[in-house]
Write a protein that binds this ligand. Structure first.
Ligand code: HGY
Ligand code: MN
Ligand code: MN
Length: 428
């Protein structure tokens, strides 16, 4: 039971994108209905919120849903829902994930959960089951936060964890605000905000996702169940120095922000090792960014995560203290802003144990339970409704990279596991 099939490189080819934006814009992998093909030289995808690529993915979602006679709607926050049954009946079983990506992201992070949801519905229909609860397949908008810097915007707005006012403050690298981008994409930004009525319709949300690690590869299992998500966040470090001529300014006269930035990157690794955490400066912006100009500003973004809040606090405080000392030594000013934060998520045992039981029934095996350092919409929503996650084996563990991969047999095992869970939750 598969919807499309993962090509070796192109991932799950939606195959039905409008192609209107051309190959560079249609990063959903479809390219106007043709075979999936990575649209970028890197081999990765650049499906950012409220862009042409996003529009193509949304069109693909709608076409897949309508082909299955599902009622499709886009909610006030831009999330897409495909319904089987009457949403107003409540206690719906919802599954799905996201279609947006990080820069040069892989083909499976997000789309595997959405495609598997459609494929699991196909599987359930082939089993001839009848649904006792409404079922919905969801595409949450802007999960990666690649364009506006905040992760899980669609689910944070819906659950009230992000206010309309704060969302309106979000800007992309070109200074375009989130509401401007939404409006340009044809979505009314004035409507965004907490959606308790929609949440009240949901009895359970199960998100399938490619594992972003190697636990399943090491245990030899195709599918696993999530136990928890590490607390994690994003901090912006602004090192303000003094622009000057690279060739004529004496070293002693410089206030070069690149130096404390570089030292802070090394301090971040050291602090993470000491705290048993992870810390990454993966994104940098330099002004004026000229080869022969000492920068006036170096802006670096820190992603830090740890198994518990205390360790995360320790590593974040240690990095900031080191950065401030580096900045003072170079006569550079430093401002640190926390841009995104997700507290630890412990997935509720009731739904998690029910899933273990259902999968044990169908496979006869005990499905492993594992934690993750990756954030997900299921994590955000766990504060509002019962949520759970299924992971599909990733043989290398690589993710947020064109090299991200899951074997077809494991993807099919994921679809069957999801179908077993959905059947147990919605059809009995
Ligand atoms: O950053 C994350 O953990 C997720 O991919 N948004
Ligand atoms: Mn991701
Ligand atoms: Mn993801």
């Amino acid at each position: 039971a598969r919807t499309g099939s993962p090509s070796a490189r192109g991932g799950w080819g939606p195959g039905a994108c409008s192609g209107a934006g051309g190959p560079t814009a249609c990063s959903c992998g479809g390219g106007g209905g043709g075979p999936p093909a990575p649209p970028h030289a890197s081999g990765g995808y650049r499906r950012y919120a409220w862009t042409g690529a996003d529009a193509d993915c949304r069109l693909w979602f709608r076409m897949q849903a309508e082909a299955r006679r599902l009622d499709v709607e886009t909610d006030r926050n831009g999330n897409q829902w495909a319904w089987l049954g009457d949403p107003a009946a409540g206690d719906a079983v919802v599954t799905g994930s996201h279609l947006d990506s990080v820069p040069d992201g892989g083909a499976f992070d997000g789309p595997l959960g959405v495609v598997s949801a459609f494929a699991a519905l196909d599987e359930l229909r082939s089993r001839g089951v009848s649904f006792k609860r409404p079922l919905a397949i969801v595409n949450f908008g802007d999960e990666e936060g690649a364009r506006f810097g905040l992760a899980c915007v669609g689910s944070r707005l819906t659950s009230g964890q992000l206010t309309k006012e704060k969302a309106f403050e979000l800007r992309d690298a070109d200074g375009i605000s989130l509401p401007q981008a939404m409006e340009a994409a044809g979505h009314d930004p004035e409507a965004i905000g907490h959606d308790p009525e929609r949440l009240s319709r949901i009895g359970a949300f199960v998100e399938l996702h490619v594992e972003q690690g190697r636990a399943l590869d090491l245990s030899g299992d195709p599918v696993g169940i999530a136990s928890a998500i590490w607390p994690h966040g994003r901090w912006r470090y602004d090192f303000h120095g003094e622009a000057n001529h690279a060739g004529t300014t004496r070293l002693v006269d410089r206030r070069d922000p690149m130096l404390p930035y570089a030292e802070t990157v090394l301090s971040a690794r050291r602090e993470a090792e000491l705290a048993g955490a992870v810390a990454t400066f993966g994104k940098i912006a330099v002004e004026p960014n000229g080869v022969n100009a000492i920068p006036s500003l170096v802006r670096g973004w820190l992603d830090a995560r740890a198994a518990d809040q205390e360790s995360l606090d320790t590593v974040v405080a240690g990095i900031e203290a080191a950065a401030r000392a580096h900045a003072v030594r170079q006569g550079v000013d430093l401002a640190v802003v926390r841009e995104s934060f997700t507290p630890v998520v412990e997935f509720g045992h009731a739904l998690r144990d029910e899933m273990s039981r259902l999968l044990g029934e169908s496979t006869g095996d005990k499905v492993p339970v594992l934690g993750t350092g990756a954030g997900h919409d299921a994590g955000i929503l766990s504060a509002s409704i019962p949520t759970a996650m299924l992971f599909v084996r990733n043989p290398t563990g690589v993710s947020h990279s064109p090299a991200e991969f899951a074997a077809e047999d494991d993807c099919v095992a994921g679809v069957r596991a999801l179908a077993d869970v959905l059947e147990g939750l919605a059809c009995r």
